[in-house]
Design a protein around this ligand. Sequence first.
Ligand code: AP5
Length: 214
Amino acid sequence: MKIIMLGAPGAGKGTQAKKIAEVCKIPHISTGDIFRANIKNGTGLGQKAKEYMDQGLLVPDELVCDLVVDRIQQPDCKKGYILDGFPRTIPQAEALTNALNAIDEKMEYAINIEIPDENIIRRMSGRRACVGCGATYHLVYNPPKIENICDVCGEKLILREDDKPETVKKRLDVYHNQTQPLIDYYEKQNILKDVDGTKSMDEVFKDILAILGV
Ligand code: AP5
């Protein structure tokens, strides 16, 4: 199964993508996680990406497209994958469509998690991310068992640099200008499925499973 997660920053793409990946036994490919891992490891890619991410801007297409096109051709992606945070611009979507056409494959689902901007600002201030494994929590909706400690790996939880309110507002502007047009793009490909992201995490998950028929 080949799935794309669409939605504004904080809509719940990562939360749902991890659960879907587990149930469908396919890799979860998050470009945000890939960049954060590169920043943590001090790579050249990480240094370049950080300049943009800290300002709430998108990393240039040329730093993202080849990376994802290479990743989806790895052996673990043979039975499918779930893309979280990619594509984010029309040129990225076109690069993906072209790469799939070249191997006679097609994207199957573009799941669009819909949520108003007001809810997002509230959600992001409560999100905490693990510095070790990248797992995400929410102070109210999905708290860790021990305050500020990751349930999965025991490392510290932090407020992401780009989750500060001013940067979230910038990310929302960028989303509306550059990423929202992908909704039309995938509607034209007849694979767009809208989901109400204001429901609880479990309800959103059930709605997505019903769409996927699993
Ligand atoms: P990325 O990491 O992809 O960030 P994003 O798309 O802005 O998405 P988020 O991770 O912020 O949110 P999410 O939708 O996954 O929400 P989550 O599930 O965590 O990208 C970061 C940056 O990297 C970008 O700004 C850009 O600079 C760069 N980048 C990445 N990909 C790129 C690309 N392709 N091209 C160019 N640049 C790129 O949920 C949010 C919070 O809400 C959590 O605390 C969660 O617990 C909680 N929550 C989730 N669902 C619910 C619910 N139903 N009810 C209540 N709370 C909920």
